[in-house]
Design a binder for this molecule. Sequence first.
Ligand code: B12
Length: 212
Amino acid sequence: MLQLTEITKAVGQLDEEKLNQLLESFVSGGPTEEEAQVVVNACQQGMAIVGELFESGEYFVGDLIFAGELLTQSMEMLKPVIGRGKSVKVGKIVLGTVEGDLHDIGKNIFRSMAEAAGFEVYDLGIDQKPSAYVDKIKEVRPDVIGMSGVLTLALESMRKTVDEICKAGMRDKVKIIIGGNPVTAEACMQIGADAFTTNAADGVKICQAWVK
Ligand code: B12
């Protein structure tokens, strides 16, 4: 049985031992990829609790760092289930966290899921300048550009990145999807992206529809 509330609570309380226990028992039960995606969502909800406790002054930056490590570790445990990738590549995605933002947990989750769905993902890493996306587009000719960011300031960096892609004359050659907690329909329109999401699994579905 999926103990989703327990998983969310363990992440929120930074209870590494309990979280490992829950995830080990989940993985050993031979779950499906869909079930693993539900567990990823439960972990993500736990991170929202961590964020709230940080905002209320109960958690400090050190706790955020630990929470980040905890989620990265959890993704490693879930990877064998999520990453049963297809060997035939369905399309190319250039992915990165935009300039000024160092958060990469959500980006990495999206990468794992996109790779599992058969995409070839070129991960630029964190704090990426607009020129890095443009250079990579010229080099690998991707179908999709994925931009990630969780800071409010990331939205401005995303807008600048789309502008640079337009200036380089490559906008009509790629689809652009933005992800991360602050993205909204309004932000998506202002940035000039084609789609937005705060859920990696939905992001993969959108990319799949684009390359069909
Ligand atoms: C962990 C964390 C950190 C870790 C990051 C570790 C890491 N390796 O990423 C560390 C400690 C480094 C950190 C640093 C900071 N952080 Co921080 N951090 C968080 C925290 C708790 C969780 C973020 C996270 O990983 N969420 C879980 C992931 C899974 O969610 P997600 O990113 O949204 O991703 C999902 C989807 O959005 C989607 N997705 C994501 N990207 C993409 C991309 C594409 C293409 C697609 C399709 C989908 C997709 O898929 C994912 C899975 O579904 C949040 C609080 C919160 N509630 O978000 C604060 C938070 C983001 N941090 C915050 C702050 C203020 C900071 C610091 C400035 C703190 C400081 N004083 O130094 C620094 C900033 C450093 C910088 N320049 O970036 C604020 C941001 C405020 C704001 N509005 O701008 C938050 C909201 C906390 C708060 N409530 O105040 N942080």
